[in-house]
Design a protein around this ligand. Structure first.
Ligand code: PHE
Length: 453
Protein backbone atom coordinates (compact mmCIF):
# COMPACT_ATOMS: atom_id res chain seq x y z
CA UNK A 1 0.00 0.00 0.00
CA UNK A 2 2.77 2.37 0.94
CA UNK A 3 4.20 2.51 -2.57
CA UNK A 4 0.84 3.35 -4.16
CA UNK A 5 0.19 6.09 -1.62
CA UNK A 6 -2.88 6.15 0.56
CA UNK A 7 -5.16 8.55 2.31
CA UNK A 8 -3.51 10.16 5.26
CA UNK A 9 -6.44 9.83 7.61
CA UNK A 10 -9.94 8.53 7.99
CA UNK A 11 -11.33 11.95 7.25
CA UNK A 12 -9.05 12.13 4.24
CA UNK A 13 -10.77 9.28 2.48
CA UNK A 14 -14.25 10.52 3.31
CA UNK A 15 -13.35 14.02 2.15
CA UNK A 16 -11.88 12.73 -1.11
CA UNK A 17 -14.77 10.36 -1.85
CA UNK A 18 -17.35 12.98 -0.96
CA UNK A 19 -15.34 15.41 -3.09
CA UNK A 20 -15.62 12.98 -5.98
CA UNK A 21 -19.36 12.63 -5.49
CA UNK A 22 -20.18 16.29 -4.96
CA UNK A 23 -19.63 18.24 -8.12
CA UNK A 24 -21.34 19.55 -11.21
CA UNK A 25 -23.63 16.53 -10.98
CA UNK A 26 -25.31 18.03 -7.92
CA UNK A 27 -25.47 21.68 -8.82
CA UNK A 28 -25.59 21.67 -12.61
CA UNK A 29 -26.86 18.17 -13.50
CA UNK A 30 -29.48 17.53 -10.84
CA UNK A 31 -31.54 20.72 -11.31
CA UNK A 32 -31.54 20.40 -15.09
CA UNK A 33 -32.57 16.75 -14.97
CA UNK A 34 -35.34 17.60 -12.51
CA UNK A 35 -36.42 20.41 -14.83
CA UNK A 36 -36.59 18.10 -17.83
CA UNK A 37 -38.02 15.18 -15.91
CA UNK A 38 -41.16 16.98 -14.79
CA UNK A 39 -40.16 18.06 -11.30
CA UNK A 40 -40.85 16.34 -8.01
CA UNK A 41 -41.72 12.95 -9.54
CA UNK A 42 -38.15 12.80 -10.86
CA UNK A 43 -36.82 13.75 -7.44
CA UNK A 44 -38.70 10.87 -5.82
CA UNK A 45 -37.33 8.34 -8.32
CA UNK A 46 -33.84 9.73 -7.88
CA UNK A 47 -33.98 9.47 -4.08
CA UNK A 48 -35.26 5.89 -4.24
CA UNK A 49 -32.44 4.83 -6.55
CA UNK A 50 -29.77 6.55 -4.43
CA UNK A 51 -30.73 4.76 -1.27
CA UNK A 52 -31.99 1.36 -2.34
CA UNK A 53 -29.55 0.64 -5.13
CA UNK A 54 -26.63 3.06 -5.19
CA UNK A 55 -25.68 2.80 -1.53
CA UNK A 56 -25.09 -0.98 -1.83
CA UNK A 57 -23.12 -0.39 -5.04
CA UNK A 58 -20.96 2.16 -3.25
CA UNK A 59 -20.18 -0.16 -0.36
CA UNK A 60 -19.29 -2.93 -2.80
CA UNK A 61 -17.04 -0.77 -4.95
CA UNK A 62 -15.06 0.53 -1.98
CA UNK A 63 -14.73 -3.00 -0.56
CA UNK A 64 -13.43 -4.45 -3.83
CA UNK A 65 -10.94 -1.60 -4.09
CA UNK A 66 -9.65 -1.99 -0.57
CA UNK A 67 -9.44 -5.77 -0.81
CA UNK A 68 -7.40 -5.73 -4.03
CA UNK A 69 -5.57 -2.40 -3.79
CA UNK A 70 -5.97 -2.13 -7.54
CA UNK A 71 -7.53 -0.10 -10.33
CA UNK A 72 -10.88 -1.36 -11.68
CA UNK A 73 -9.35 -3.69 -14.28
CA UNK A 74 -6.59 -5.00 -12.02
CA UNK A 75 -9.11 -5.56 -9.23
CA UNK A 76 -11.01 -8.27 -11.11
CA UNK A 77 -7.74 -9.93 -12.09
CA UNK A 78 -6.45 -9.79 -8.53
CA UNK A 79 -9.55 -11.55 -7.24
CA UNK A 80 -8.87 -14.31 -9.78
CA UNK A 81 -11.59 -13.54 -12.30
CA UNK A 82 -9.82 -12.23 -15.37
CA UNK A 83 -12.91 -12.69 -17.52
CA UNK A 84 -14.70 -10.05 -15.47
CA UNK A 85 -12.08 -7.41 -16.09
CA UNK A 86 -14.23 -6.27 -19.03
CA UNK A 87 -16.39 -4.56 -16.38
CA UNK A 88 -13.34 -2.57 -15.32
CA UNK A 89 -12.62 -1.73 -18.95
CA UNK A 90 -16.17 -0.49 -19.41
CA UNK A 91 -15.56 1.70 -16.36
CA UNK A 92 -12.39 3.16 -17.84
CA UNK A 93 -14.24 3.92 -21.05
CA UNK A 94 -17.00 5.61 -19.02
CA UNK A 95 -14.38 7.67 -17.21
CA UNK A 96 -12.95 8.84 -20.54
CA UNK A 97 -16.34 9.80 -21.91
CA UNK A 98 -17.59 11.48 -18.75
CA UNK A 99 -14.48 13.54 -18.18
CA UNK A 100 -14.46 14.59 -21.85
CA UNK A 101 -17.81 16.39 -21.57
CA UNK A 102 -17.60 17.21 -17.85
CA UNK A 103 -14.50 19.25 -18.47
CA UNK A 104 -16.36 21.37 -21.02
CA UNK A 105 -19.00 22.29 -18.44
CA UNK A 106 -16.29 22.89 -15.85
CA UNK A 107 -14.66 25.26 -18.37
CA UNK A 108 -17.91 27.25 -18.58
CA UNK A 109 -18.13 27.44 -14.79
CA UNK A 110 -14.52 28.58 -14.72
CA UNK A 111 -15.24 31.30 -17.28
CA UNK A 112 -18.19 32.44 -15.19
CA UNK A 113 -15.84 33.36 -12.35
CA UNK A 114 -14.51 36.18 -14.53
CA UNK A 115 -17.93 37.17 -15.82
CA UNK A 116 -19.22 37.48 -12.26
CA UNK A 117 -16.11 39.25 -11.04
CA UNK A 118 -16.62 41.91 -13.71
CA UNK A 119 -20.28 42.24 -12.72
CA UNK A 120 -21.54 40.93 -16.06
CA UNK A 121 -24.88 39.57 -14.89
CA UNK A 122 -26.13 39.92 -18.44
CA UNK A 123 -24.18 36.78 -19.28
CA UNK A 124 -27.50 34.99 -18.68
CA UNK A 125 -28.83 36.40 -21.95
CA UNK A 126 -25.47 36.04 -23.67
CA UNK A 127 -24.97 32.42 -22.67
CA UNK A 128 -25.58 31.17 -26.23
CA UNK A 129 -22.83 33.47 -27.50
CA UNK A 130 -20.54 32.61 -24.61
CA UNK A 131 -20.52 28.86 -25.36
CA UNK A 132 -20.13 29.49 -29.08
CA UNK A 133 -16.88 31.33 -28.47
CA UNK A 134 -14.97 28.08 -28.64
CA UNK A 135 -11.48 29.53 -28.43
CA UNK A 136 -12.26 31.26 -25.19
CA UNK A 137 -14.24 28.45 -23.54
CA UNK A 138 -11.83 25.93 -25.06
CA UNK A 139 -8.97 27.71 -23.31
CA UNK A 140 -10.86 27.74 -20.00
CA UNK A 141 -11.39 24.01 -20.44
CA UNK A 142 -7.73 23.46 -21.21
CA UNK A 143 -6.74 25.28 -18.04
CA UNK A 144 -9.21 23.22 -16.07
CA UNK A 145 -7.91 19.96 -17.47
CA UNK A 146 -4.33 21.03 -16.80
CA UNK A 147 -5.19 21.83 -13.19
CA UNK A 148 -6.84 18.44 -12.81
CA UNK A 149 -3.78 16.74 -14.29
CA UNK A 150 -1.47 18.67 -12.02
CA UNK A 151 -3.41 17.61 -8.91
CA UNK A 152 -3.56 13.97 -10.02
CA UNK A 153 0.16 13.93 -10.77
CA UNK A 154 0.79 14.90 -7.14
CA UNK A 155 -1.07 11.81 -5.92
CA UNK A 156 -4.38 11.39 -4.16
CA UNK A 157 -3.48 12.43 -0.66
CA UNK A 158 -2.11 15.89 -0.49
CA UNK A 159 -3.44 19.32 -1.19
CA UNK A 160 -6.76 18.13 -2.46
CA UNK A 161 -7.59 16.35 0.76
CA UNK A 162 -6.90 19.42 2.82
CA UNK A 163 -8.65 21.85 0.52
CA UNK A 164 -11.74 19.65 0.29
CA UNK A 165 -12.17 19.69 4.05
CA UNK A 166 -12.38 23.44 4.09
CA UNK A 167 -14.02 24.39 0.80
CA UNK A 168 -16.86 21.88 0.75
CA UNK A 169 -18.46 23.14 3.96
CA UNK A 170 -18.07 26.68 2.63
CA UNK A 171 -19.96 25.72 -0.50
CA UNK A 172 -22.78 24.23 1.57
CA UNK A 173 -23.09 27.38 3.66
CA UNK A 174 -23.19 29.52 0.53
CA UNK A 175 -25.89 27.39 -1.09
CA UNK A 176 -27.95 27.49 2.10
CA UNK A 177 -27.70 31.27 2.17
CA UNK A 178 -28.90 31.39 -1.44
CA UNK A 179 -31.76 29.04 -0.59
CA UNK A 180 -32.93 31.45 2.08
CA UNK A 181 -32.56 34.39 -0.29
CA UNK A 182 -34.38 32.74 -3.19
CA UNK A 183 -37.27 31.72 -0.94
CA UNK A 184 -37.94 35.38 -0.18
CA UNK A 185 -38.48 36.25 -3.86
CA UNK A 186 -41.97 36.67 -5.38
CA UNK A 187 -43.35 33.48 -6.98
CA UNK A 188 -40.74 31.37 -5.23
CA UNK A 189 -43.57 29.16 -4.11
CA UNK A 190 -44.38 28.13 -7.70
CA UNK A 191 -40.85 26.80 -7.95
CA UNK A 192 -41.19 24.94 -4.69
CA UNK A 193 -44.42 23.33 -5.87
CA UNK A 194 -42.75 22.13 -9.05
CA UNK A 195 -39.85 20.76 -7.06
CA UNK A 196 -41.64 19.22 -4.12
CA UNK A 197 -45.16 18.15 -5.11
CA UNK A 198 -44.92 15.07 -7.31
CA UNK A 199 -47.14 14.54 -10.30
CA UNK A 200 -46.65 10.85 -10.90
CA UNK A 201 -48.24 11.02 -14.33
CA UNK A 202 -44.92 12.57 -15.40
CA UNK A 203 -43.14 9.26 -14.90
CA UNK A 204 -42.28 7.25 -17.98
CA UNK A 205 -39.42 4.98 -19.01
CA UNK A 206 -37.23 7.93 -19.95
CA UNK A 207 -37.71 9.66 -16.60
CA UNK A 208 -36.88 6.43 -14.78
CA UNK A 209 -33.67 5.82 -16.73
CA UNK A 210 -32.61 9.43 -16.36
CA UNK A 211 -33.18 9.31 -12.61
CA UNK A 212 -31.22 6.07 -12.40
CA UNK A 213 -28.38 7.52 -14.44
CA UNK A 214 -28.35 10.73 -12.42
CA UNK A 215 -28.14 8.73 -9.18
CA UNK A 216 -25.10 6.78 -10.40
CA UNK A 217 -23.46 9.85 -11.91
CA UNK A 218 -23.95 12.01 -8.86
CA UNK A 219 -22.60 9.36 -6.51
CA UNK A 220 -19.61 8.61 -8.81
CA UNK A 221 -20.66 4.98 -9.17
CA UNK A 222 -20.55 2.35 -11.86
CA UNK A 223 -17.15 3.09 -13.37
CA UNK A 224 -14.82 2.04 -10.62
CA UNK A 225 -13.97 5.51 -9.33
CA UNK A 226 -14.67 4.24 -5.86
CA UNK A 227 -12.87 0.95 -6.52
CA UNK A 228 -9.87 3.13 -7.28
CA UNK A 229 -10.34 5.38 -4.23
CA UNK A 230 -11.12 2.30 -2.15
CA UNK A 231 -7.72 0.91 -3.11
CA UNK A 232 -6.10 3.67 -1.08
CA UNK A 233 -8.24 3.10 2.01
CA UNK A 234 -6.94 1.84 5.32
CA UNK A 235 -8.15 -1.54 6.62
CA UNK A 236 -9.39 0.10 9.82
CA UNK A 237 -11.83 2.31 7.96
CA UNK A 238 -15.53 1.57 8.48
CA UNK A 239 -16.69 1.34 4.87
CA UNK A 240 -20.33 0.78 5.75
CA UNK A 241 -20.69 4.02 7.67
CA UNK A 242 -18.34 6.01 5.42
CA UNK A 243 -20.49 5.12 2.39
CA UNK A 244 -23.63 6.10 4.28
CA UNK A 245 -22.13 9.47 5.09
CA UNK A 246 -20.99 10.06 1.50
CA UNK A 247 -24.41 9.10 0.10
CA UNK A 248 -26.24 11.37 2.54
CA UNK A 249 -23.90 14.28 1.93
CA UNK A 250 -24.15 13.99 -1.84
CA UNK A 251 -27.91 13.59 -1.93
CA UNK A 252 -28.31 16.38 0.63
CA UNK A 253 -26.30 18.81 -1.47
CA UNK A 254 -28.26 17.97 -4.62
CA UNK A 255 -31.53 18.48 -2.76
CA UNK A 256 -30.53 21.87 -1.41
CA UNK A 257 -29.19 22.91 -4.82
CA UNK A 258 -32.72 22.30 -6.09
CA UNK A 259 -34.12 24.39 -3.24
CA UNK A 260 -31.91 27.19 -4.47
CA UNK A 261 -32.67 26.91 -8.21
CA UNK A 262 -36.41 26.22 -8.48
CA UNK A 263 -37.67 29.14 -6.39
CA UNK A 264 -35.40 31.31 -8.56
CA UNK A 265 -36.98 29.96 -11.70
CA UNK A 266 -40.40 30.59 -10.16
CA UNK A 267 -39.34 34.18 -9.62
CA UNK A 268 -37.69 34.75 -13.02
CA UNK A 269 -40.59 33.25 -14.95
CA UNK A 270 -43.20 35.19 -13.02
CA UNK A 271 -44.58 31.91 -11.70
CA UNK A 272 -45.05 30.14 -15.04
CA UNK A 273 -41.90 28.01 -14.64
CA UNK A 274 -41.14 28.63 -18.29
CA UNK A 275 -37.60 27.64 -19.23
CA UNK A 276 -37.34 25.04 -16.50
CA UNK A 277 -36.71 22.32 -19.09
CA UNK A 278 -33.91 24.16 -20.84
CA UNK A 279 -31.35 21.44 -20.13
CA UNK A 280 -27.61 21.86 -19.59
CA UNK A 281 -27.86 25.66 -19.84
CA UNK A 282 -30.18 25.90 -16.84
CA UNK A 283 -27.91 27.03 -14.01
CA UNK A 284 -25.77 29.14 -16.31
CA UNK A 285 -28.83 31.15 -17.18
CA UNK A 286 -30.62 31.29 -13.82
CA UNK A 287 -27.73 31.85 -11.42
CA UNK A 288 -26.33 35.04 -12.97
CA UNK A 289 -29.84 36.47 -12.93
CA UNK A 290 -30.08 35.90 -9.25
CA UNK A 291 -26.74 37.48 -8.52
CA UNK A 292 -27.99 40.29 -10.72
CA UNK A 293 -31.02 40.82 -8.49
CA UNK A 294 -28.66 41.15 -5.54
CA UNK A 295 -26.80 43.53 -7.81
CA UNK A 296 -23.79 45.80 -7.48
CA UNK A 297 -20.59 44.84 -5.76
CA UNK A 298 -22.29 42.44 -3.39
CA UNK A 299 -23.88 40.56 -6.28
CA UNK A 300 -20.55 40.41 -8.07
CA UNK A 301 -18.74 39.14 -4.99
CA UNK A 302 -21.41 36.54 -4.24
CA UNK A 303 -21.38 35.37 -7.88
CA UNK A 304 -17.61 35.17 -7.99
CA UNK A 305 -17.33 33.24 -4.75
CA UNK A 306 -20.10 30.90 -5.84
CA UNK A 307 -18.42 29.97 -9.12
CA UNK A 308 -15.03 29.62 -7.45
CA UNK A 309 -16.55 27.12 -5.03
CA UNK A 310 -18.40 25.36 -7.83
CA UNK A 311 -15.16 25.02 -9.77
CA UNK A 312 -13.49 23.59 -6.74
CA UNK A 313 -16.29 21.05 -6.30
CA UNK A 314 -15.91 20.18 -9.98
CA UNK A 315 -12.15 19.83 -9.57
CA UNK A 316 -12.42 17.23 -6.79
CA UNK A 317 -14.68 15.30 -9.18
CA UNK A 318 -12.51 15.65 -12.29
CA UNK A 319 -9.56 14.51 -10.22
CA UNK A 320 -11.37 11.27 -9.38
CA UNK A 321 -12.45 10.84 -13.00
CA UNK A 322 -8.88 11.19 -14.24
CA UNK A 323 -7.49 9.03 -11.45
CA UNK A 324 -9.31 5.95 -12.79
CA UNK A 325 -7.67 5.63 -16.22
CA UNK A 326 -4.39 6.88 -14.77
CA UNK A 327 -4.33 4.19 -12.06
CA UNK A 328 -5.07 1.66 -14.79
CA UNK A 329 -2.24 2.79 -17.04
CA UNK A 330 0.19 3.04 -14.11
CA UNK A 331 -0.68 -0.37 -12.60
CA UNK A 332 -1.29 -2.43 -15.71
CA UNK A 333 0.83 -0.81 -18.42
CA UNK A 334 3.68 0.15 -16.10
CA UNK A 335 3.82 3.74 -17.33
CA UNK A 336 5.30 6.31 -14.92
CA UNK A 337 2.61 8.22 -13.05
CA UNK A 338 3.50 11.72 -14.28
CA UNK A 339 3.69 10.63 -17.88
CA UNK A 340 0.45 8.67 -17.63
CA UNK A 341 -1.36 11.64 -16.17
CA UNK A 342 -0.45 14.10 -18.91
CA UNK A 343 -0.97 11.60 -21.72
CA UNK A 344 -4.41 10.55 -20.54
CA UNK A 345 -5.50 14.12 -19.72
CA UNK A 346 -4.39 15.32 -23.16
CA UNK A 347 -6.22 12.52 -24.89
CA UNK A 348 -9.43 13.15 -22.96
CA UNK A 349 -9.25 16.84 -23.74
CA UNK A 350 -9.12 15.98 -27.44
CA UNK A 351 -12.03 13.57 -27.13
CA UNK A 352 -13.97 16.43 -25.56
CA UNK A 353 -13.61 18.73 -28.55
CA UNK A 354 -16.86 17.64 -30.26
CA UNK A 355 -18.66 18.33 -26.96
CA UNK A 356 -17.11 21.79 -27.01
CA UNK A 357 -18.14 22.47 -30.60
CA UNK A 358 -21.68 21.17 -30.28
CA UNK A 359 -23.12 24.17 -28.46
CA UNK A 360 -23.89 26.31 -31.44
CA UNK A 361 -20.48 26.59 -33.08
CA UNK A 362 -20.72 23.52 -35.29
CA UNK A 363 -24.10 22.63 -36.77
CA UNK A 364 -23.09 19.04 -37.15
CA UNK A 365 -22.20 18.52 -33.47
CA UNK A 366 -24.98 20.80 -32.24
CA UNK A 367 -27.63 18.64 -33.94
CA UNK A 368 -25.76 15.42 -33.68
CA UNK A 369 -28.55 12.89 -33.34
CA UNK A 370 -32.33 12.87 -33.42
CA UNK A 371 -33.85 10.23 -31.19
CA UNK A 372 -36.92 8.47 -32.53
CA UNK A 373 -40.01 10.40 -31.51
CA UNK A 374 -38.03 13.47 -30.38
CA UNK A 375 -39.10 16.92 -31.55
CA UNK A 376 -35.59 18.25 -31.99
CA UNK A 377 -32.04 17.04 -32.39
CA UNK A 378 -29.68 16.38 -29.48
CA UNK A 379 -26.22 17.92 -29.30
CA UNK A 380 -23.06 15.87 -28.98
CA UNK A 381 -22.40 16.69 -25.32
CA UNK A 382 -25.89 15.64 -24.24
CA UNK A 383 -25.63 12.52 -26.39
CA UNK A 384 -22.38 11.42 -24.73
CA UNK A 385 -23.77 12.29 -21.31
CA UNK A 386 -26.84 10.13 -22.02
CA UNK A 387 -24.81 7.17 -23.17
CA UNK A 388 -22.28 7.32 -20.35
CA UNK A 389 -24.50 8.35 -17.43
CA UNK A 390 -27.75 6.65 -18.22
CA UNK A 391 -26.48 3.43 -19.78
CA UNK A 392 -22.84 2.73 -18.97
CA UNK A 393 -22.84 3.71 -15.29
CA UNK A 394 -25.96 1.78 -14.21
CA UNK A 395 -24.81 -1.14 -16.34
CA UNK A 396 -21.31 -1.06 -14.84
CA UNK A 397 -22.63 -0.65 -11.30
CA UNK A 398 -25.08 -3.51 -11.58
CA UNK A 399 -22.40 -5.74 -13.11
CA UNK A 400 -19.98 -4.93 -10.29
CA UNK A 401 -22.45 -5.93 -7.58
CA UNK A 402 -23.66 -8.93 -9.56
CA UNK A 403 -20.04 -10.02 -9.71
CA UNK A 404 -19.58 -9.50 -5.97
CA UNK A 405 -22.73 -11.42 -5.09
CA UNK A 406 -22.55 -14.34 -7.47
CA UNK A 407 -18.95 -14.70 -8.61
CA UNK A 408 -16.67 -13.37 -5.90
CA UNK A 409 -19.36 -14.42 -3.37
CA UNK A 410 -21.02 -12.61 -0.55
CA UNK A 411 -19.02 -14.19 2.26
CA UNK A 412 -15.83 -12.75 0.79
CA UNK A 413 -17.41 -9.33 0.53
CA UNK A 414 -18.58 -9.69 4.13
CA UNK A 415 -15.07 -10.55 5.30
CA UNK A 416 -13.72 -7.40 3.72
CA UNK A 417 -16.51 -5.22 5.09
CA UNK A 418 -16.13 -6.61 8.60
CA UNK A 419 -12.66 -5.02 8.74
CA UNK A 420 -13.30 -1.74 10.47
CA UNK A 421 -17.04 -2.40 10.84
CA UNK A 422 -17.27 -4.66 13.91
CA UNK A 423 -21.08 -4.65 14.04
CA UNK A 424 -21.59 -5.38 10.38
CA UNK A 425 -22.04 -9.14 10.55
CA UNK A 426 -25.58 -10.09 11.46
CA UNK A 427 -26.83 -6.53 11.06
CA UNK A 428 -29.80 -5.32 9.05
CA UNK A 429 -27.40 -3.54 6.69
CA UNK A 430 -25.76 -6.84 5.85
CA UNK A 431 -29.10 -8.50 5.12
CA UNK A 432 -30.25 -5.61 2.98
CA UNK A 433 -26.95 -5.47 1.14
CA UNK A 434 -27.20 -9.14 0.28
CA UNK A 435 -30.71 -8.67 -1.03
CA UNK A 436 -29.80 -5.61 -3.07
CA UNK A 437 -26.73 -7.04 -4.73
CA UNK A 438 -28.14 -10.51 -5.32
CA UNK A 439 -31.64 -9.72 -6.54
CA UNK A 440 -32.36 -6.04 -6.91
CA UNK A 441 -29.37 -5.13 -9.07
CA UNK A 442 -29.90 -7.97 -11.58
CA UNK A 443 -33.57 -7.01 -11.86
CA UNK A 444 -32.65 -3.43 -12.62
CA UNK A 445 -30.03 -4.63 -15.06
CA UNK A 446 -32.66 -6.65 -16.90
CA UNK A 447 -34.93 -3.61 -16.89
CA UNK A 448 -32.25 -1.37 -18.44
CA UNK A 449 -31.61 -4.01 -21.05
CA UNK A 450 -35.28 -4.31 -21.98
CA UNK A 451 -35.92 -0.61 -22.34
CA UNK A 452 -32.74 0.17 -24.25
CA UNK A 453 -33.23 -2.51 -26.91
N1 PHE B 1 -20.13 12.60 -9.09
C1 PHE B 1 -19.53 13.64 -9.88
C2 PHE B 1 -20.48 14.83 -9.87
O1 PHE B 1 -21.59 14.72 -9.39
C3 PHE B 1 -19.20 13.18 -11.26
C4 PHE B 1 -18.47 11.87 -11.32
C5 PHE B 1 -19.04 10.77 -11.95
C6 PHE B 1 -17.21 11.72 -10.73
C7 PHE B 1 -18.40 9.55 -11.99
C8 PHE B 1 -16.54 10.50 -10.78
C9 PHE B 1 -17.13 9.42 -11.40
O2 PHE B 1 -20.17 15.88 -10.33
Amino acid sequence: MANRGGFSSRLGFIAAAAGSAVGLGNIWGFPYEVGQGGGAAFVVMYLIFCFILCYPVMVTEIAIGRKTEKNPVGAFNALGFKKWSFVGKLGILSGFLILSFYNVIAGWAFGYIFEMASGNFGIAEQFGEFVKDIFKVGAYGLLFMATTAYVVSKGVSGGIEKAAKFLMPTLIVMILALVVYSLTLPNAVEGLKFYLIPDFSEINAEVVTNALGQAFFSLSLGMGALITYGSYVNKKENIVSAAAFITLADVGIAVIAGMMIFPLIGFMSGGTMEGVGSGPALIFVTLPQIFGTIGGTLGAIAGTVFFVLLCFAALTSTVSLLEVPVAYVVDEKKVKRKRAVWLVAGLIYLIGIPSLLGNGYSDFFSNFITYPGAESATDFLSFIANVANDSFLPLGGCLIVFFAAHVWKKHNLDEELANGSPNYKGSFVQKYLHFAISYLAPTILAFIFIITV
